[in-house]
Design a protein around this ligand. Structure first.
Ligand SMILES: [Zn+2]
Ligand SMILES: [Zn+2]
Length: 222
């Protein structure tokens, strides 16, 4: 209901009438191959592992995202987190399905919210995105994970600190599907995805793929 009452303005240029106008949509920083096969970082040529993920123990088999976490895509993610609008979840899902092939899995699991501001407002973008993607990909959503403990803020932490901060942050609620895709709104350092994937693996998942709307770009390819 609230979605209908709020006036729509383009998240890219503030032009009224639509959540993302055609010209801003055309300029979204979409992620296209070549990518790192494992973590999905854009690379100059296809690689199995890249500068960003080499040597890291990652519990997921691959991570893919629709757009770089920049510009209008970053504003969309922020506004979505802030207001929880379903139409933004639907737009994000549409952009994901345009960029990411349907994963060969039997179910989707969203990364559980961290008890921060978005949780208090009842907004859960990862769960919204999982539902929207499940509809489009004809998969089921399984509520398989919980937060095992509250998390210190990830923002402002270095990579190693982020990893320590999220290690053991998630616990399985039920036995996980064997082939599963983990859904989150933004992939920043990969630490959250790796920790959540690790909890799924401990609960019986044999292969975990990660799908997010946006992805931070640490090393832009030259
Ligand atoms: Zn615009
Ligand atoms: Zn990589």
């Amino acid at each position: 209901m609230l979605d209908l009452l709020l006036p729509q303005r383009c998240l890219g240029c503030s032009r009224p009438g639509t959540q993302l106008c055609d010209s801003c949509r055309a300029t979204l920083p979409r992620l296209r191959p070549p990518l790192c096969d494992r973590c999905g970082a854009p690379t100059a040529w296809p690689v199995a592992r890249c500068r960003e993920c080499a040597g890291r123990r990652l519990a997921f088999a691959s991570a893919r995202a629709a757009v770089a976490y920049e510009g209008a895509a970053r504003r969309l993610a922020a506004s979505w987190k802030e207001r929880g609008l379903r139409r933004l979840a639907a737009l994000a899902a549409e952009l994901v399905t345009e960029a990411v092939p349907r994963p060969a899995v039997s179910a989707l699991v969203s990364v559980p919210p961290d008890g921060g501001r978005s949780r208090r407002r009842g907004h859960d973008p990862p769960a919204q995105l999982a539902r929207e993607l499940a509809e489009r990909w004809e998969l089921e959503v399984v509520d398989a994970l919980v937060r095992a403990r509250p998390l210190a803020r990830q923002r402002g932490l270095g990579l190693a600190e982020r990893r320590r901060n999220v290690a053991g942050a998630f616990a399985p609620r039920i036995r996980a599907p064997a082939w599963v895709a983990l859904v989150d709104d933004v992939y920043t350092s990969g630490s959250t995805a790796a920790a959540a994937a690790s909890a799924l693996r401990s609960a019986g998942a044999r292969r975990v793929e990660v799908v997010t709307f946006a992805r931070a770009i640490r090393y832009p390819p030259r």
